[in-house]
Design a binder for this molecule. Structure first.
Ligand code: ZN
Ligand code: ZN
Length: 276
């Protein structure tokens, strides 16, 4: 059994839980085999299993667990980063926890993910609009009335109107997310397909030639901008400037993201070895 097939056991609609004759060897596991395997995997590769279950959205508590275990790993490793090592204990713990939260968000992204739109609040933005209001002041209204009654020639009521520009704040639909409040993380260039048409090569060869998408490096989705993590870190510890971030903290942050992938593969092999 692997992580992917294990996930099916968590779905209520899963055929894996039926009594039907299993088609493949891995499906022939009984539910107690599966529970046992997950228990083993849990004790051998707790972080990787929690990270995977949190990533695919099966469990909220596993998300929290993965972040906390990653933060614990980060705290044990951060001594090698002077900028973090120098911080007071309280600040250090908060910075590492922030790194763990952002690292987990980045790790769980996929082309099918949706993230809250950062340009708006629930799909709406406050905008300032200018409208022209026209009215005829009280004293002029009398003049207009009289002039009409008397049939004054060439009289134009509009000359007595007062126009003023009114500034109003209104809630309008956010154009970035189209009012949905969320945006897809799929890459804008390849739309999550990971490949794009290589224009030059296609013209040269006369057939459509695909190449890995440059914008997302063939990943299919946009990475979480690390500057978002930086802003929060900087708010906690001013001593971590953008320069320090780029030089030493970001590489450590990237390492924490990679750690989640490594831990996931540990969980994968622990699961495989317990259920052949
Ligand atoms: Zn929006
Ligand atoms: Zn792309």
């Amino acid at each position: 059994m692997n992580l992917e097939s294990m996930a099916k056991y968590f779905s209520p609609k899963s055929p894996a839980l039926s009594d039907s004759v299993p088609a493949t060897a891995s499906d022939s596991l009984t539910i107690s085999d599966v529970m046992g395997a997950i228990g083993m995997c849990q004790s051998q590769a707790g972080l990787g299993l929690a990270a995977f279950l949190g990533k695919i959205g099966i469990s909220e508590s596993d998300k929290v667990k993965a972040v906390l275990l990653l933060a614990r790993y980060g705290l044990a490793q951060c001594g090698k980063v002077a900028a973090i090592r120098k911080l007071a204990d309280e600040e250090k713990a908060r910075v590492v926890l922030v790194l763990a939260v952002f690292a987990f968000m980045d790790y769980s992204r996929s082309a099918a993910s949706e993230v809250p739109c950062d340009a708006c609040d629930d799909g709406f933005i406050e905008a300032e609009v200018f409208t022209n209001k026209v009215h005829t002041p009280f004293h002029a209204r009398e003049m207009v009335k009289m002039s009409r009654l008397m049939g004054v020639e060439g009289f134009k009521p509009s000359e007595y109107e007062v126009r003023r520009e009114v500034r109003e704040r209104v809630r309008v639909i956010c154009s970035k997310c189209n009012g949905k409040g969320v945006i897809k993380t799929a890459c804008n260039d390849c739309r999550g397909r990971c490949v794009v048409v290589d224009k030059e090569e296609s013209e040269r060869q006369g057939v459509p030639v695909k190449k890995a998408c440059k914008r997302c490096s063939g990943r299919g989705y946009e990475r979480l901008p690390s500057t978002k993590a930086f802003r929060v870190v900087n708010a906690i510890a001013e001593s971590i400037t953008l320069d320090t971030w780029k030089k030493s903290v970001k590489p450590f942050y990237d390492e924490m993201i990679t750690r989640l992938d490594i831990e996931e593969s540990f969980a994968e092999s622990a699961l495989r070895s317990t259920t052949k």
